[in-house]
Design a protein around this ligand. Structure first.
Ligand code: ZN
Length: 399
C-alpha cells in the first residue's frame, strides 16, 4: 500500500482509474492491493528507518539475490536520499513513476550483475535482455493472476521498464553513470520507455487545464488533477484498442493533463483530459482511434455526431466529447455540451461544430475501419500506486 496516501487520496485514485476505464466500476482496489502485496513481498527496504528486510522462508540463494537488490536501494539512499528524491517529482505522478523506475530498475540491474558474477558477462553485454526470463511467470501469483491488466502493468513497470532503462543508460559508463541519473532525473515515463529521449532531454509540453469548478457549481468537487504520461495513456488505449495500436498511439504523447470531478450526492464522475501530441498528423490519428475507443467504452450511445475533428454522443451517464485542434486533443466524459463549450472557450479554442437541430434519439453503431498503423512505442502511476520502490515481489523468486 502507499502509506503516504490518505484514504481520500486513495479514493480519488480509484475513481480516476474507473473513469479512464482502467479498472472495473466498484473494484475494491484497497483490499486487492493488500492481498497482492502481502503475497508478494520477498524483501523490502524501508527508506524511513534505513533498514532492509529479507524473507527467511525463501531459499538462501534467492535471499542473496534479493539482498543484492535491497542493498542497492540502501546504497542509493545513503548517497541520494531516495525518498525525498522521488517525492521531489510531486505533484506530477508521471514524473514520480519515472523516478521509481530509476530506483527499481537500477536495483534490478544490480541483481542481474550479481547473478552474472563469475560468468565473465555483465548487464551491458545483454543489450536486448528480456527481464521476464529473470522474473519468471507472473501468472504464478494467484492474486496477480486476477488483477486487472492495468494493475499488473503498473506494478511491473518500475521493474521491467526501469531495468531496460538502466541497462541502456549504464551501458557506456557502467555503474559510474548512475549518479548522473540522480543528478538529472527522467522527466516522464516516456523517457524511461525511450532512453534516447532521456539522453536528448526531451521536455514534455506544459499543458493547461482550465478549472471547471465555477462552471460546475457547488454540487461538484474536484477529486484529482494530474498527468497520465505515455505509460498511462498506453494503458488506457490498450483497454480498448489492443497492445500494438496502444503502443503506437501513445508514443505520440507530448504532455497531458487530466482532471476528475465528482458530484457530491450522486457520485457521478466527469473526466476531462487535455493531450498534446508530437504532430498534427498524430493528433488526427489519435482522434480517429480514440473515437473508436469511446465507442467501445460506451455501449449505450445516442445522438452520435461526427465531424473531421469533433466527435460527440450521449450516454445514460452524460455526454462524451472528443475534439482535436492542431496537435492537441481534449476529451470530456459525463457532462453536457454547455460544459464542453465552456472548456474550449477557456482554452481559447474555436467552438466545436454544432449538431443538426433534430437528431434521432435512437442508438446507432458507427462502423469505421482504420488502415493498419505503422508500428512504433510507449504510464501511470497506478492511481493510488502502491509505493513499490521499497518492495520486491516474492513471487519472482519463490521457486
Ligand atoms: Zn526494489
Amino acid at each position: 500500500m502507499d502509506e503516504d496516501k490518505n484514504p481520500s487520496e486513495r479514493y480519488a485514485g480509484q475513481r480516476s482509474a474507473e473513469a479512464f476505464g482502467l479498472i472495473p466500476k466498484g473494484f475494491d482496489l484497497d483490499t486487492f492491493m493488500v492481498e497482492l502485496l502481502t503475497e508478494q513481498i520477498a524483501g523490502l527496504y524501508d527508506p524511513k528507518a534505513h533498514e532492509f528486510y529479507i524473507a527467511d522462508w525463501i531459499p538462501v540463494a534467492d535471499q542473496r539475490m534479493v539482498m543484492a537488490h535491497e542493498l542497492t536501494h540502501a546504497l542509493e539512499d545513503q548517497h541520494f536520499q531516495i525518498e525525498g528524491w522521488v517525492k521531489a517529482a510531486r505533484p506530477n505522478d508521471d514524473a514520480e513513476l519515472a523516478r521509481e523506475a530509476v530506483l527499481e530498475g537500477s536495483a534490478m540491474a544490480a541483481m542481474v550483475d550479481f547473478l552474472l558474477q563469475g560468468t565473465g558477462r555483465s548487464l551491458g553485454d545483454l543489450p536486448d535482455f528480456d527481464p521476464s526470463i529473470l522474473i519468471g511467470d507472473l501468472a504464478d501469483s494467484p492474486a496477480l493472476e486476477k488483477a486487472p491488466r492495468f494493475i499488473k502493468d503498473a506494478l511491473v513497470f518500475p521493474y521491467f521498464s526501469g531495468l531496460k532503462f538502466s541497462a541502456a543508460i549504464l551501458k557506456p559508463l557502467g555503474w559510474s553513470g548512475l549518479p548522473g541519473v540522480f543528478g538529472k532525473p527522467p522527466l516522464s515515463t516516456q523517457q524511461i520507455l525511450h532512453p534516447a529521449l532521456y539522453r536528448s532531454g526531451k521536455v514534455p509540453a506544459p499543458v493547461p487545464l482550465p478549472s471547471m469548478e465555477k462552471m460546475l457549481g457547488s454540487n461538484w468537487s474536484k477529486l484529482e488533477e494530474n498527468t497520465l504520461g505515455e505509460f498511462g495513456w498506453k494503458e488506457v488505449l490498450k483497454q480498448f484498442l489492443g497492445e500494438d495500436r496502444a503502443k503506437t498511439l501513445a508514443a505520440g504523447w507530448d504532455g497531458d493533463r487530466y482532471a476528475v470531478y465528482e458530484q457530491k450526492q450522486a457520485k457521478k464522475l466527469i473526466l476531462l483530459t487535455h493531450l498534446h501530441l508530437d504532430s498534427e498528423e498524430r493528433a488526427a490519428r489519435f482522434f480517429g482511434q480514440y473515437s473508436e475507443a469511446f465507442e467501445k467504452k460506451y455501449a449505450g450511445r445516442s445522438n452520435l455526431f461526427r465531424r473531421a475533428n469533433f466527435f460527440s454522443f450521449d450516454t445514460p451517464d452524460g455526454g462524451v466529447f472528443l475534439d482535436c485542434w492542431g496537435s492537441e486533443c481534449v476529451t470530456m466524459e459525463g457532462t453536457t455540451r454547455n460544459m464542453f463549450d465552456g472548456l474550449t472557450k477557456a482554452l481559447a479554442w474555436p467552438s466545436a461544430p454544432q449538431p443538426p437541430p433534430q437528431l434521432g434519439a435512437k442508438t446507432e453503431k458507427t462502423v469505421r475501419t482504420f488502415a493498419p498503423m505503422e508500428n512504433s512505442i510507449v504510464r501511470l502511476r497506478s492511481p493510488h500506486a502502491p509505493n513499490l520502490y521499497n518492495i520486491l515481489r516474492a513471487a519472482d523468486y519463490s521457486d
